[in-house]
Design a protein around this ligand. Structure first.
Ligand code: PDD
Length: 313
């Protein structure tokens, strides 16, 4: 099955992605007035594809929705059923689930419309393996001033600032742009950035200036569990540039070493010991977390694929 032959979920129905349509007056289209999540689902054992940290993604969705004052249109269990339903409908061993909720369709007016039903859209796409080359040799990044707004903690679909910064990376022979605000590291255009100095894992605090990454949290959890010293604090540009290692993290790319920054080697210029250990721990963490998903599926019962609002499976 090709990605564009997928089945998606739109406002209560599973339909062909190619046929899915929303109104041009949807506030997601007009204003970028919506929030989203991306949930990686790995092939943790033969015949079993499990989302990683699904509950944490839905906790963050709740926080994003609350921040933009959209009522969550679905229960937690229905969201979990939707994830299970999408995975089951696609043959890809590794899937990336994208979901978004917008404020809904209304006459164009900046003011929140009254009595509007949010638009709910979700789809699955094949999730390619992280390129071996990037795991073994790392990747290049460039730096740029962080010119985005002051609510980067909301996972908003208004991503123009991020899109421009990702494009900047590509046009400068890199795969990520590392953003600096007032001389301090914030995050990447679509990743969190962590560093390793003298064996300690360091990253900026989760303030309004960065997205609280699910992968960031997972990396800290597993590093602490394995006894790696960890610290969360402000990281200045000079400290970033002289780090032994720089790592990027995201649901799609997992953990990758940034081995060149602005054309100069980071540390030895190759992925370091910190990266190698964290990468291995992370692979194990995905397999461990799959047990939680198995338990969720059992709890949701045989009807795991049926969403309670009567959606056909
Ligand atoms: N991006 N920071 C930004 C700005 C991001 O867009 C992302 C993720 C992250 C990492 O968050 P997480 O570990 O929860 O994936 C940090 C997603 C994957 C995207 O927009 O496609």
């Amino acid at each position: 099955m090709e990605w564009n032959e997928a089945t998606c979920y739109l406002n209560g129905e599973f339909i062909a992605l190619a046929r899915a349509q929303v109104s041009v007056l949807d506030r997601g289209f007009i204003f970028g007035d919506g929030v989203y999540e991306v949930i990686p689902c790995d092939h943790v054992q033969p015949g079993f594809t499990a989302p990683f940290r699904a509950r944490e993604h839905f906790d963050r969705l709740d926080r994003s929705l609350a921040a933009v004052r959209i009522a969550n249109p679905m229960s937690r269990d229905d969201w979990l059923r939707l994830v299970a339903g999408l995975i089951a409908r696609h043959p890809w061993p590794r899937q990336s689930i994208y979901l978004q909720v917008t404020r809904g369709v209304a006459k164009r007016d900046h003011v929140f419309p009254a009595g509007v039903t949010p638009t709910v859209f979700a789809m699955s796409s094949p999730w390619p393996e992280v390129p071996k080359e990037q795991i073994e040799r790392g990747t290049a990044a460039v730096t740029h001033a962080d010119e985005r707004w002051l609510h980067c903690d909301i996972k908003s679909t208004s991503l123009l600032g991020n899109v421009l910064m990702k494009q900047y990376a590509i046009e400068h022979d890199a795969t990520e742009t590392v953003l600096l605000r007032d001389g301090f590291l914030t995050e990447g255009s679509s990743t969190n950035i962590l560093i390793v100095r003298n064996g300690t894992l360091l990253a900026p605090r989760k303030t309004n200036l960065i997205l609280p990454g699910i992968t960031y949290d997972a990396v800290f959890d597993i590093a602490r569990a394995h006894g790696m010293p960890c610290e969360v604090r402000a990281i200045g540009a000079a400290e970033l540039r002289t780090a032994d290692e720089i790592l990027l993290s995201s649901s799609g790319r997992e953990v990758i070493a940034i081995t060149r920054l602005d054309g100069k080697p980071v540390g030895s210029g190759m992925p370091g010991e910190g990266f190698r250990r964290i990468h291995a721990w992370y692979q194990q963490a995905k397999r461990d977390d799959a047990a939680r998903w198995r338990a969720e599926l059992q709890r949701l019962g045989g009807g795991a694929l049926a969403i309670s609002s009567g959606i056909p499976t």
